[in-house]
Structures are given as C-alpha cells and as structure tokens.
Ligand binder design. Structure first.
Ligand code: BES
Ligand code: MN
Ligand code: ZN
Length: 485
C-alpha cells in the first residue's frame, strides 16, 4: 500500500548521483557557498531562511539544490528538523534520491536529529494509493543520504534506526485507518494484529463474540449487536525481563461508525467514519515497535474492534448494558458508542494491575469543536501522569491540550434506571465522555486522548499527508519507551 521502502544512509559527502541536495540556510549569517547565491538574491526570490521556507534551484549541470529555511540556528529543535526534512521531501517532488546535511546541524542532539530528519522525510513521503489503478501518485522517494561528520555519526545512526522504526509504525497506523471499512472488518483487523505480533515479537490473544459475552464485556456486545460482522478484542503483550513498570494502552477500534439507530447524516464527516478505529491502529502500531526499540517497560495493548450498525437487532435507546466491571449504563444515543467499547477495555486494564493506563479514541465531535482539527484533547485522573503524556507529545510534535475532568458535570450522566447514561447533553461533550470513562479506571492513573480532530488531515502539510495521520503513535512510543512506574 505504501511505496517500496526508502533506503536511509549516512555519508561523508553528498553522493554524485543524488538528484536533489537539501542545503540548510539560517535566517541570518552567511549563506552556504554551495548555493552560489547571496542573501539578497535569495531574498529577491522570497526566501529568507525562515522555518518552513524552501527554494528549489534547478541546475543544468548538477543536482537540484533546495535551500531549506531553518530560522535562527540557536533556536533549532528536533521538531524543527522534522518539519524541515518534510519540507525538503515535498519540495523535491518526483526526484527519488535526496542528500542533505540537516542531521549534522549543531544545536540538536545527534540522535534526536537523526530520528527527526528520518521521521520528517518518511512521513512526508507517505501516500495511500491502496485502491487506485493509476499509481502515478505514489511516492518516488527511494534514497535519503544524510551527510554527517565523524563526530555526530554514531548518534545520528542510532537516531536513524529509531526514526525508521517509528515512521514505519506511523505508516502502518495510517494504512489501517485509510483502508475502506469492507476491507478492514474487526475480524481482518484481528488477523492483521496477529501477523504484526508474530513479526514483532509480541504475545497476542484474540477474543471472539462468545468469549466477550462470557467475560461480561457488555459494551463490546451491545455496540456490535446490530452488525452482521462479529466483534474482536485483541490483547497484545510485550514483556521484557525486569520491567520498569506496566503500562496498558486501550484503543477504540470502531471499524465503521454509522451511529447505529442514532444514524449519522450522510455528510463528509460520516464518510470519515472508516477511521473510527484510529485509536486501535495507533495502539497496534505502537506495540509493533517495542521490541525493536528495546522498551524496558511491560506494555499491554487492547484493540476494541467492532463496527456500529443499525438493524433489526441493533441496540435501542433505553436499553441498559452491563460492562466488564459490573457497572451499568442506559443508552440515550447509540452514536456515543466509543465509550461503551472502551469501558470494557479499561476495566480489563485495571484487572491486569496496570501501573498506568492511556486510552486513545476518536471519541467526540465536541473535542473538534473545542480544539479544532490539529489538537487532541487530553484528560485524566492524575495530573502528574497527564503531564507525562503531554511531555511525550511535545517531544514528538503531536499537539494536545488538556481539558478538565470536571466532576461537577458528573450529574449530567445520571440515569433513572442505571448507574449512568451514555451521553451528557449538548455541552462539554468531550468532558462528559471522559467522565463516563472515568467510571472504569478505579484509582489507577489514567489519561484519555480524544483524537477525533487530528485523526486525519485535509491536505498534505509538512510531515502530515492527506488522509489518516496515525496521530498518537509517536506519542505512545515515546511514552512507553520512557515509562517507569
Ligand atoms: N466517532 C464519533 C466521533 C467523531 C466525530 C470522530 C467526527 C471523528 C470525527 C463518535 O462515536 C460519535 O459519534 N460521537 C458523538 C457523541 C454524541 C452522540 C454524544 C458526537 O461527537 O457527536
Ligand atoms: Mn459514534
Ligand atoms: Zn465513533
């Protein structure tokens, strides 16, 4: 589905054959001689060396030179390098071999620089052309040569290795979320997870409908009730020796969200609901990296997979579901289904004795209304743990913003007949959704990521490519590989 793998190499100088050479240019100070242009000449072409700017300089005799703005070198960060590498790859267009010294810039730690440059390049090169007969839109990038001096080479190499693993994981998450719903049912997702587990050294257990019913996972059974496709819950386990702690990740895997009998209108947003399994995709993608990255924490991942369909057997308003932890909820809107499947997964995470839990879910339109399409909402029951999650997200440039887990709104979920309703009314929907989830985590440290906004991108934009973004994958990898109880 994605293009053939890109070779990343570390070299002492740009190879002769490179079709494009990316030259970093700061916003002040001398212009690299290689460009053969003065600052005035660059400025006359609208290029001032600002972050995000690129200027393509074709040559009749040698490689195309691409000036890449990096701004003030003293303010350069790994996140800036990731964006700069993405801009370079986009500016290089159909050129298939690119050389650049971006990873050699002083000021950013060499490992972080190597990782960021590889991530930016590989993520910008991502295209989903899965079902096109015309494959001319595929990425043509085949080789990236990082020009690095001796001193920084070992660090950059380590970063390149890590960045290759993280970028591949994001490609997996994007591929899964971009796949049409008929091609990726809950059963197919479980098969994929089993294959990924075998390839990446994970334990895996698949729970079918009977098993889920026997376990009392009433949320999974209830949401699946209207569907002809059976549900699957996948439990993935990574168990190193002498773990530093136990982290449990729970992903919403609604393979297609029609809304159920609270049917969604047939608008553009409904057409995105094949991506309602983006949380589960991020969890699977994260799990796939842990062995390669020598993660020292024990990590368990739950993929809560089912679609949400209307039919004669579908869940009805007024029905009451009983979840794995014994709590009950009265259904007031079948389109608030994500919290129902997460409830069972969170209950199991607590039973597993997690030291900390993160759930990740395309949960509410309200999170998009509050924060727009670029930011995830993060809420949780422990400020230090929320801050740890925010720290990981900041390091990988996946934006998130905290909303309050406002207990004063809990009464909006009160039900006459059950422990709670599954919706809390028209306002503060991202908060009331999180308050619902809070009923299933007990006193375990927990953070909830509502990724409804950043699950997809309308346009190619730096290291985001149009379509599914794989958002959350790199944050969760960062979190897991740094996790200490
Ligand atoms: N999957 C949707 C949320 C969503 C909307 C994700 C748009 C990505 C883009 C979720 O299951 C849903 O339908 N939520 C409802 C909840 C409401 C009924 C309380 C919503 O946000 O409208
Ligand atoms: Mn829904
Ligand atoms: Zn949904």
């Amino acid at each position: 589905m994605t293009a053939s793998p890109v070779t990343v190499e570390i070299v002492k100088s740009a190879p002769r054959g490179a079709e494009a050479v990316g030259v970093p240019v700061a916003s002040s100070g001398p212009v690299p001689r290689q460009l053969g242009l003065s600052r005035a000449a660059l400025s006359a072409n609208g290029f001032d060396g600002k972050p995000g700017q690129v200027l393509v300089l074709p040559s009749a005799t040698g490689p195309t030179l691409i000036a890449i703005g990096i701004g003030d070198p003293s303010e350069l960060t790994a996140n800036g390098l990731r964006s700069a590498a993405a801009s370079l790859v986009r500016a290089a267009g159909k050129r298939s071999t690119i050389a650049t010294s971006l990873a050699d810039l002083e000021g950013v730690d060499s490992k972080a620089a190597g990782q960021a440059v590889v991530e930016g390049a590989l993520l910008a090169a991502y295209r989903y052309i899965g079902l096109k007969t015309d494959t001319s839109g595929a990425s043509t990038l085949s080789r990236i040569s990082l020009v690095v001096g001796d001193k920084r080479t070992p660090g950059v190499r380590a970063g390149v290795d890590r960045g290759t693993v993280t970028a591949r994981a994001v490609h997996l998450a994007r591929d899964l979320a971009n796949t049409p719903p008929a091609y990726l049912t809950a059963r197919k997702m479980a098969e994929r997870a089993v294959a990924v587990a075998a390839e990446t050294g994970l334990g895996v257990e698949v729970f079918d409908k009977d098993k889920l019913a026997a376990m009392g996972c009433g949320g999974m059974i209830g949401v699946n009730q209207g569907s002809t496709e059976p549900p699957r819950m996948v439990k993935l386990t990574y168990t190193p020796r002498n773990p530093t702690g136990h982290l449990v990740l729970v992903g919403k895997g609604v393979m297609y969200d029609s809304g159920g009998i609270s049917l969604k209108p047939s608008d553009a947003s409904h057409a995105k609901m094949k991506m309602d399994m983006s949380g589960a995709a991020a969890v699977l993608a994260t799990m796939s990296t842990l062995k390669a990255l020598k993660c020292r924490a024990q990590v368990t991942g739950y993929l809560m997979c089912t679609d949400n369909m209307p039919s004669g057997s579908a869940l009805k308003l007024g029905d009451v579901l009983t979840f794995r932890n014994g709590k009950t909820a009265e259904i007031h809107n079948t389109d608030a289904e994500g919290r129902l499947v997460l409830a069972d997964g969170l209950s199991l995470a607590v039973e597993d004795g997690a030291d900390a839990i993160v759930d990740i879910a395309t949960l509410t339109g309200a999170a998009i209304a509050a924060l727009g399409p670029k930011f995830a909402a993060v809420l949780g029951n422990d400020q230090a743990w929320v801050d740890t999650v925010r720290g990981a997200s900041a390091r990988v440039d996946e934006s998130m913003w905290q909303l309050p887990l406002a207990k004063e709104y809990r009464k909006l979920l009160d039900s006459q007949v059950a422990d709670m309703k599954n919706v809390g009314g028209p306002y503060g929907g991202a908060i009331t959704a999180a308050l619902f989830l809070n009923e299933f985590v007990g006193s375990t440290r927990w953070a909830h990521l509502d990724i409804a906004g950043p699950m997809d991108s309308d346009a190619d934009d730096g290291w985001l490519s149009r379509g599914a973004t794989g958002y959350g994958t790199r944050t969760l990898i960062e979190l897991a590989t740094a996790f200490v109880r």
